[in-house]
Design a protein around this ligand. Sequence first.
Ligand SMILES: [Zn+2]
Length: 505
Amino acid sequence: MPATKAEALQSFKETIRKIKSYEEALGVLYWDLRTGAPRKGMDTRSEAIGALSGDMFKLSTSPELGEWLSALEEKHAYAELSEIEQRLVTETRKDYDRSVLIPPQLYQEYVVLASQSESKWEEAKASNDYAGFQPYLEKVIAYTNQFIDLWGAKATRYDTLLDQYEPGMTVAELDRVFGGLRAELVPLAAAIASSAHQPDTSFLRQSFDKSAQKAFSLYILEQMGYDFSAGRLDESVHPFATGLSPGDVRITTRYLEDDVTSALFGTIHEGGHALYEQNIMDELIGTTLCTGTSMGIHESQSRFWENVIGRSRPFWNRYFGELQQRFPGQLDVSVDQFYRGNNVVQPSLIRIEADELTYNLHIIIRYEMEKLIFNEGAKAADLPALWNDKYREYLGVVPSNDAEGVLQDVHWSGGAFGYFPSYSLGNMYAAQFADTMEQELSGFWSHVEAGNLLPIKQWLTERIYKYGKLRTPAELIASVTGKPLDPKHLVAYLSKKYSDIYRLS
Ligand SMILES: [Zn+2]
């Protein structure tokens, strides 16, 4: 007997809520694993994670869910749904189709391969052995190609991969924005490298008390409006943020004894991710829309707080004195020296150590490589040479071995193709949002200079945070800034900031 529309809607919502509960349980287990879970418990922990993930997968690919979706997509039924319900149906349909199109057997094989490939990559990176990793990478690429065939290629094969992380993003669009960015940033980075006014960074290399670093990080989080009754700050090797629900968004950081700002900027970055998740509207709680709308938009929020605010001159005009007080006698430099020392641009080989300007070139290289793999059929064997050529061309540096070249990132070993562009999209979205904020929030920089950061959080909540996944990235950038994504905002921000720091004429 066919379910009535009301029954379908109720069952659909209950299932979504249950999926969300599985996500929360898994989120806590993963958080615990990464923040010091006892090693002896790993085996049963992996089993628990496997069992819960398996149940969640069954729930999210069940034939019943497919039937409820079809019932709700029927024209009259759909028109009667609320805006939130409509978006929930559309999003769930996308995930559902993506999952059911892959035969369970094939997916199982792939999960095993990806985990083997990741551990092989770790070994290969440590021993600079690309040849040892290459057969695994070949297989991961082959499986990914099979998935593209099953999902169906969009305008290009690589478009299908991009859509996983940045819904609606295409190669045509990325070629346009990355092309514009590359054309401006390559000469700007070269001009900076040949400037006679290189900042002094020697004062940054001292031993800085970890507990004082921690106290300052907590203080800045509080200034940003991070809600400690809905989160906590812990330590982990790789900093991360995990949003279990708006009422529980946890972040981690890593304190380096010999670097006074590394943990701080890491904390501000993860704090930016957390503010997004803590301020999603109540109406979305318990639905799969209760999260950031894409990797790129999420990254725009972390990078906005870390770079646009945290690495700005007004921010340090306000907070440098307090930082000095926490490290008596250690930071005996002017605020200008401190600001410049924390904004060094230096073409380098390693993405995760790159500054906010050249970082984008590291990403454009990976984007072009991924296009070559999936749209031009580039072979795994050719990747090291292609990689090195692009580093020479865009950054003027060449890796002396594959460990500091093509082997440096974990992403490809686990099949995360299409993920890298999110990082630079985040920088571009952040600069465009910041330009709008400057126009709409009067006295924006005086607020920063006064340490009055809450109006900024408030503006972001009203315009971005509260919508969660209710708006797509393209809808969000258009509704907030009135225009589609445009790289000129990031280019203008970087040129202005670094022409000043490096005294370029
Ligand atoms: Zn991030």
